[in-house]
Design a protein around this ligand. Sequence first.
Ligand code: FAD
Length: 643
Amino acid sequence: MKVAWAGSREAFQVSDRMAKLVANDPVFEKFSKPMLGRKELFKNTLRKAAYAWKLINDLRLTEEEAKWLRHYIDEPNYTDLHWEMFVPAIEGQGTKEQKKKWLPLAQTMQIIGTYAQTELGHGSNVQGLETTATFDRQTDEFVMHSPTLTSSKWWPGGMAKVATHAIVYARLIIDGLFHGVHGFIVQLRSLEDHSPLPGLTLGDIGMKFGHGTYNTMDNGVLRFDHVRIPRNQMLMRVSQVTKEGKYAQSDVPRQLLYGTMVSVRQTIVADASKALSRAVCIATRYSVVRRQFGSRNGGPETQVIDYKTQQSRLFPLLASAYAFRFVGEWLKSLYIDVKQRLEANDFSTLPETHACTAGLKALTTAATADGIEECRKLCGGHGYLISSGLPELFAFYVPACSYEGENVVMMLQVARFLVKTVSNLGYKQPVGTAAYLGRVTPLLQNNCAVQTAEDWLNPDAILEAFEARAARMVIGCGERLAMFENPEEGFAELSIDLVEASLAHCQLITVSVFIQKLNHEIPGNGVKRSLEVLCYVYALFLLHKHQGDFLATGYLTPKQASLANEQLRTLYSKVRPNAIAFVDSFNHMDHYLCSVLGRYDGNVYPKLYEAAWKDPLNDSDIVDGIQQYVQPILKQKLHYAKL
Ligand SMILES: Cc1cc2nc3c(=O)[nH]c(=O)nc-3n(C[C@H](O)[C@H](O)[C@H](O)COP(=O)(O)OP(=O)(O)OC[C@H]3O[C@@H](n4cnc5c(N)ncnc54)[C@H](O)[C@@H]3O)c2cc1C
């Protein structure tokens, strides 16, 4: 099962080796993190990042190993932006000459980069950005300027204190004419003493949600006061500005810019299963240790995992972790395929891949953020303690719903793709994940044939149900849109339904990828049968949760929906005996989980007690405060006064 989770024996070995390397090195020790003040937190993370970079070089780690190492260190810091945004942006949007100049500097960290797109006034609406890059023909330079307060760059990770360079998105202006928003490589700080270059105002945007998570990172604010950069620092693979000031599109289509987004979003989908599996592992192990009520004849109380209600909240999340792991793996292969195509100037599959990554990013991050919070509640009051590992995990994870494409905005992009696919149906056969929309007639006409709860244990029945629901919702939106004279007005008016149709489409993708995985790639029959159970749990849980859609589209009868729910209850009993084995297969070490409740040895209570005594409030110097401020109140002996 560990191999099935990791994707291959080799993948398992690499991640396992890096997890142990980090766990066994005292520099990466974790528990003191939440107790540190902001400055110490930040410096501590800088120290770890520097040490990690030294390890990567000393041990000559491969790119894959270095990624896992950074992952297990598990503290957001400037290197995330450098490797995951700055380098890919140059790789994807730079010309050959630009790549030749900048990539060796970035890959050896002689420069440290960040990604400055968002501004105080605009995030999702990139075309609304206000920073300007005005071409000066006389000097062959761009003048970068922040004309308003709302044009201040806001959020870029690593920008406040560390980054030496940034990819800055700005409105390109030549001779007073606006030519769209483009990326520019801008040096921010001196490579000698790290001081900000003239004309730049740089600072930190302040404390963020949670404590020891994103506060380890210097998210920054940046303003430009007529800062000059050479012309060849505009990323020019797609569009160029000549030294005469001529703006030209190259023969590389603009959609190429989607390439970087696709790359980053597929990583976010892969990260969702890591975060959700972490929370599920903690909640499952703790649910086995925790006992409440139900003692018979003086025997032990019931393990809370044996309550059906606990299972109905926990096991769908366990199944979702596996579903997201497999869909992430699948998306990575889709991305590799699209990357090869892009290199060969084949852009044919880009719109579908873009819709998949946008939609799956939104689906998996929203479900994971909700899932972590549910796991916290599944651990009762102890889940609220920092030592449970869950509050910090939630604080760390939840911004994934907003960054790299706000989730609702992402689902609206999927909706545009689906609407376009449906409107082209007469002359263009949909392919890939949208292929089912080419079979609308049977999907609209045939209703579900399930007659017993057992009938739901059939991948064809499940797939058809999800296809019919998505097709009916998408077609329904298409028909209603056609009634509007102005399509954009219609799109805005129907946007709630369109987001729901997009979600149905994306859930269909996750369910079908899980089924495909079982059909082709599972080593060992026992593992396969166990994963089949999780696959049915995932699909029937979604069907139960969204039964309103399945009923409203007329595909299911109420009786069939309740048969699905009956089967789901039976499946929970099948998951229960393997629940611990399922979470052990994630291969998360105690160091990575960083949770007293999720300990591998189950030694929860003594360790909870021990963790409590590490709290600074148990330090003896607190007594001074009590004597200074509390004792006088006790001694005043005043009459009670109603305030
Ligand atoms: C931890 C963190 C790290 C970040 N790091 C970086 C970074 O390194 N570099 C960088 O450039 N940025 C970064 N960001 C910024 C991030 O990319 C933006 O927050 C994101 O793009 C969303 O934009 P916004 O915050 O302006 O939200 P908005 O776009 O203002 O969204 C606010 C609300 O409006 C809704 N909304 C917006 N548009 C529409 C629409 N068309 N239809 C319907 N509803 C809509 C949204 O659904 C949302 O509910 C980071 C953000 C966070 C939280």
